[in-house]
Structures are given as C-alpha cells and as structure tokens.
Ligand binder design. Sequence first.
Ligand code: PLP
Length: 428
Amino acid sequence: MEEIVRRARASRASVTVASSPTSTPTAGSPARRPIRTTQSVFQATPQSHALWQVPTPSLILSPQRAVANYESIQRAFPYAHVCYTVKSNAHMSILEAISKLEHAWFEVASAGEITALAACGVRGERILYSNPVKQASHIQVAIDHGVRCFSFDSEAEIEKLAVHAERHPIEVYCRMTVPHAGAMWPLTHKFGVEPHRAVDLLKLARGRGLKPVGMAFHVGSQCIRPETWADALRTISPAWLAAREAGLALDLLDLGGGFAAPYVGPVPPPSAIANVVSPLLETLTPGARRIMLEPGRGVSATAGDMVLEVTGIAARPDGQTWLYLDGGYFSGLYEIPDGIRPAARPIIRESRPASMRTYRLAGPTCDSIDKLFEMRSPVEMKVGDRLLLKMTGAYVYGVSSPFNSFPLPQVLNAAEWMIDLDEFVGIC
Ligand SMILES: Cc1ncc(COP(=O)(O)O)c(C=O)c1O
C-alpha cells in the first residue's frame, strides 16, 4: 500500500487528462465541461495514477467533502440545525468527520445508526429519530442513548413511544404528507399524515403523556425545485396554525432532506432553497424556533466516486453493445433504474483516437435487473479499462449486496490514495 500511495503521489503532478474543472457545479455556475468530441485523441490516464492502483470494485470516499457539503448547507441556513441523515452513507469515516463539527446534528432511522454515532461520541440530544415507524427494541436503544425527539404518523407509534413517557420527557413531531413536484425519488406514500389528521394525532400524543413539539416533512429526494419546499410549508400551515390554536405549543419544524446532487448537470444550491423557505417561516409556521434540516444526498453524494473495471464486451441482437463491469446494480447502484444516474468517465491506459460510442452498462451478476444505463463514451472501450462513476457517495454504501457472491465494493479513503474527486469530471 505504501508503495502504491508513493507512486500515486508522484503521478499527481503529471496527470494531463482532459476535462477537469475544480468545483462541483450548482445552478448559476457552469456545468461540468462536456467531453470534447472534436478532440482527435482521448488521453490515457497514466499507469501510475492511483485510479489504476485501487482494487475494483471500490468506492472512494472523501469525508472532507462531506463536511464541506454539510457546512455549505449550514451556511445557507444559519438558523437551522443541520441533521446529517445517516442512512445516506453510514460509513464510519463520514460519521467521524461530521461528528467532529461542534454544531453537528444527525437524523437516524434505526438503533444501529444510533450505536454507530455513539461510537463517534455523538450524544442523544443531537439526534432526531425521524423514521416515523420504529421497532420497539430500537426505541429502547434510542432512549438508553439519550435520544428524546421522535417522529410519528400513527396511533400505533404513539402507543410505542408512550411506554417510555413516565420515565422520560419525550418530544414528538408529526410527519406530514406534502407535494413532491421536482423530486426524483418521492417519499410520500409510505409515510405521513394528511394535514386534517395532524391536530388530532398531536392531541392524542399529548393525552398519552408525550410532548408534541412540531411537524416534519420531506419533499422527496433529489428535489430540484426550491418552490416545492414552499408548497410543503403552505400545505402544513393550516394544521400548524390550528394546532397552536388548540393550545399545542409547537416550536419544532423539520424541513427534511431533498437537497439535490449535480449528477449530470447543475442543481439549485442550498442557498436557493433557503431563499424560498426563509421568508415564509414566520407567517406560515409562527413560533417555529427550532428549524431542523435532514440532508442526506446533499451531503454524501459528491463525497464518493466508484471505480469499476470492464470485464466483458458483447454486441447483442438488440443492436446494442453491452459493456460488462465488475460492479453494478447489486453494488449499491439501485437508484439508477429510477433515473438517479451518476456520470461515468472512462479510464484508459493508452491514448486512443476519439470515437463516440454508445454502450449499455451492465453489472457482473446473472440477474437481468443488473444493468445500469446507456453511456455515450468518447472513446472505444476495451476489456481491462476502468470506469469512474461520479457522485456515488449517497445510498450506495450500505445498499450493496454480495448477490451471486460477487464482492462488495471496497471502501477507500480519497486522501489516503491521493485521489481528488474533482478530477475526471467529464460527462458520459
Ligand atoms: C426521514 C428522512 N429524512 C431525511 C432523508 C434524507 O433525504 P435526502 O437524501 O433526499 O436528503 C430521508 C431519506 O430517505 C428520510 O427518510
């Protein structure tokens, strides 16, 4: 490993690959520079580059990038508690890095996430348990770790939490159903109550000894429409006002996650969402003093890239050329069929004539679901080439499975391998 890192370090100065803008694009800033199809040669990545040294499949994580993303959301919402959504990437390197921030909060969905945070020294009072439906044993673990703030959206959940109300002051906030226009991954049907039911549920919680403190919503993941947060606020506002009129002292408003990653083009930055949300809060949700955010993807997506190797190529009767990789759907890339697709970048050993090709990417297993997306490559691909899948830091680690006994992607640290995630950002 030492030798590999030494060689990678030595090679850093000599890399001369096309298309390497240095920052993550957001709306208003230029998008990633597309591959120039007019160039006559697509340049090789030097043999000594770390991308040739890393094992494949691998997921290269940059905890520093996750922290930078977290802080950019915090800067856009200086008045809010930014709760990193652990499920989006629960790798310890990311949790440790974010937990070092004095002001960091976290959102969890399970007991396992709480114990992982405890191992990083995070105390329960910095944790929101926002999974609206929890297992009783997980609630017990949360209570034991000092978690006191729980979401709910049903009578059954009130009963599970009420068991602890005599011994502990337990705050609850009601998960609401809201519109999700502009979200690639809506989260509406599984959870949430209609506004007209919220006040009764909050009152019921109070009657069972819990402290109803607020409301939560999630506009859906990868939401590229800031106005959707305004729609959500307008949707819950009548219930919020009615609850306060009914004597419920609501002061916690959880705006959820949904912050988008710039997978294949610019997306609104956190400040664009803040510009929409901030002016509405006082009017639509008066008394909301504790504003919570739960970004997952917006923190972790750009903090990871996946490196895969080309293991096979075949022209099929459907007229497509299929490119088989040593990682795929079961490596955690399960969002791709639903349209959340990373950019891909060929990594080749020797420079080749530029030649635009279309490949159908597929993973290594024998299952037909194990295919990814159509890639336009600026160069002919060969067995042994590698492919970099950009922005695979969110909802990949933790989802991968050893189906067909193929190995899980190895998680590597970008800084240790001298890999700069801003390098090789061309879109294919
Ligand atoms: C309750 C809750 N909060 C936050 C998130 C994070 O969402 P995102 O990754 O879109 O920011 C999720 C994602 O599923 C969630 O279920």
